[in-house]
Design a protein around this ligand. Structure first.
Ligand SMILES: Cc1ncc(C[n+]2csc(CCOP(=O)(O)OP(=O)(O)O)c2C)c(N)n1
Length: 543
């Protein structure tokens, strides 16, 4: 068979269902081989959309999402989505065609050294230089992408190799299991917890990646320790759980608002520093940190670990839970009550444009708890992270490591492909929407129902917020938008405009039940941002 066919057999062998991408001249043989494959190719309208689709597909399925481009400009267009997956630890394999190996050593049309370009934004970046290594390269890429800490891998595939004949077969797909935590570390962590007076748990996205949320909830219940979660770990503990404190990461003062200032021992479980910098929740650098994760902790002045428990997160929690003695009382309960009061206060608002809190109230009420929100990046994300209640993990996807705008629309397409029985909503700012709105055509063409909720403020809202807080004036953040209802119509999507606060809820309900691609233009009043800053103190955004 041709090496391109072997390449596709290897992808099938890894269980790949979808490849997101754009055909090009240097991946002709792969595209042709796909015609005889069980893998569905999702033709996108921009390689960045393809990479974000693979990124979110990886987050919600725990299996590497796959994206494909041609060489040069196609491959550079993949970069943002690949970097996003890598920094947020989403399993992803990116593949790019490459020119004939006879012209890689010199200046040549569209040729870039892709292996080197992708090396700093991936766990493994490889160029296929001989046909018989294809099974190894693909197995290695998937193995590394899907092994903690999961992330992105890149394969460059020259066009002349794709056409060569080869007699070979895929390697058996196998994944390593996580090691058990060391007994003495478990004992040391249990002792520290037993002696603690005010312990608190900070749960990160690693708990979701490890599928250890049940062990986390059991651990918190059994030891009576409250749990705050990062943005990327929303739903890791059900919001209704009495130990849940909600999401942290909005700003420095979250550390007071969620009780980190009162804690003497902080248990970080499946937490990565990119999710919420430790200097924001541990400015005093004087608390005892227990690091429970699949890998040793990153070195940081604000994150010096007292006890590190490295291994399978679920097993670590269970074993520590069996040995530690429970805390008495729940001193942070008033904090939780204050947050709930904050969330509930705006449910009957009639103000127009709508307040962020009102939009979130209506959204949470209209959506089922298993439905999926993919959130973009901006002021809307900070509000969603803080106030959108989640009862299940991976029901509100947030990019908060790389924090790239433009993820929501392509991400929603991938989430719906992965879970056709669940309803999917892209929550986005007007700027982020326009970065990848061309993928609406992809959703329409492939008949993938989803709803896009645009928070329309005619500005780069988060940046305007930060400029106002920092300098008291704004610089070059305002723009004009197209008529989003007409824009939706031009794609064949259903467009809605919210003209009154009371209209949002019925529009959301209709959109969520009509099995179409919907775009909702919802004007938002971001003067609430400044009020929030005033209420919570000095703003230190992470974006
Ligand atoms: C690709 C990318 N470019 C720039 C930024 C910096 N940035 C973060 S939020 C933001 C503004 C987002 O505006 P919008 O999408 O309208 O959302 P809003 O803040 O108004 O809710 C910008 C420019 C980024 N995170 N990602």
């Amino acid at each position: 068979m041709k090496t391109a066919e072997l390449f596709i057999r290897c992808l099938e062998n890894e269980g790949v269902e979808y490849i997101f991408g754009i055909p090009g001249e240097e991946n002709l043989a792969l595209m042709d081989a796909l015609l005889d494959s069980s893998i569905q190719f999702v033709t996108t309208r921009h390689e960045q959309g393809a990479a974000f689709m693979a990124d979110v597909y990886g987050r919600v399925t725990w299996r590497a999402g796959v994206c494909l481009s041609t060489l040069g400009p196609g491959a550079t267009n993949l970069i943002t989505g690949v970097a996003d997956a890598n920094m947020d630890h989403a399993p992803l394999v990116a593949i790019a065609g490459q020119a004939d190996t006879n012209r890689l050593h010199k200046e040549s049309h569209q040729v870039l050294d892709l292996q080197n370009i992708f090396a700093p934004i991936s766990k493994y970046s490889s160029r296929v230089l001989t046909p018989n290594v294809v099974p190894e390269v693909i197995r290695k890429a998937f193995k590394l992408a899907q092994t903690e800490k999961t992330g992105a891998c890149f394969i460059e595939f020259p066009e002349n190799l794709a056409e060569m004949e080869i007699d070979s077969k895929p390697l058996r797909a196998q994944q390593p299991t996580m090691p058990e935590p060391a007994d003495d570390r478990v004992a040391a962590a249990a002792e520290l917890i037993s002696q603690a007076r005010h312990p608190i748990i900070l749960a990160g996205n690693g708990v979701i990646r490890a599928k250890a949320w049940r062990q986390l909830a059991d651990f918190a219940t059994q030891l009576n320790i409250p749990v705050a979660n990062t943005f990327m770990a929303k739903g890791v503990i059900p919001f209704k759980h009495p130990m849940a404190l909600g999401s942290v990461g909005l700003q420095a003062h979250d550390y007071v608002n969620t009780g980190f200032d009162k804690a003497d021992v902080i248990l970080c479980v499946g937490y990565d520093l990119v999710e919420y910098h430790p200097r924001l929740w541990h400015p005093t650098c004087d608390r005892k940190i227990i690091h429970i994760d699949t890998a040793p902790a990153e070195v940081d002045t604000s994150y010096m670990v007292e006890v590190g428990v490295v291994g399978d997160i679920g097993h670590s929690l269970t074993q520590i839970g069996q040995r530690a003695s429970p805390q008495q009382g729940h001193k942070l309960r008033p904090l939780r009550a204050a947050l709930i009061e904050d969330m509930d206060r705006h449910q009957n608002d009639v103000d127009f444009p709508l307040k962020p809190q009102k939009i979130i109230w209506d959204l949470r009420t209209a959506m089922d708890l298993e439905d999926i929100v993919v959130c973009d990046v901006g002021a809307h994300k900070l509000w969603m992270a803080r106030m959108f209640r989640c009862e299940h993990p991976n029901t509100c996807i947030i990019s908060n490591g790389f924090a790239s705008m433009g993820i929501a629309v392509p991400g929603a397409i991938a989430a719906r492909l992965a879970y056709p029985q669940r309803r999917v909503m892209a929550v986005t700012g007007d700027a982020g929407f326009m970065m990848n709105s061309q993928e609406i055509e992809t959703a329409i063409r492939l008949n993938i129902p989803l709803t896009v909720l645009i928070w329309n403020d005619g500005a780069y809202g988060l940046i305007e917020w930060k400029q106002m807080v920092t300098y008291g004036r704004t610089s070059h953040v305002r723009f004009n938008n197209p008529d989003f209802v007409k824009y939706a119509d031009s794609f064949g999507a259903q467009g809605y405009r919210v003209n009154h606060a009371s209209e949002l809820m019925p529009i959301l309900k209709e959109a969520l039940s009509n099995d179409k691609v919907n775009i909702i233009d919802c004007p938002v009043d971001y003067t609430e941002n400044i009020r929030l800053t005033a209420k919570l103190g000095e703003a230190i955004f992470q974006l």
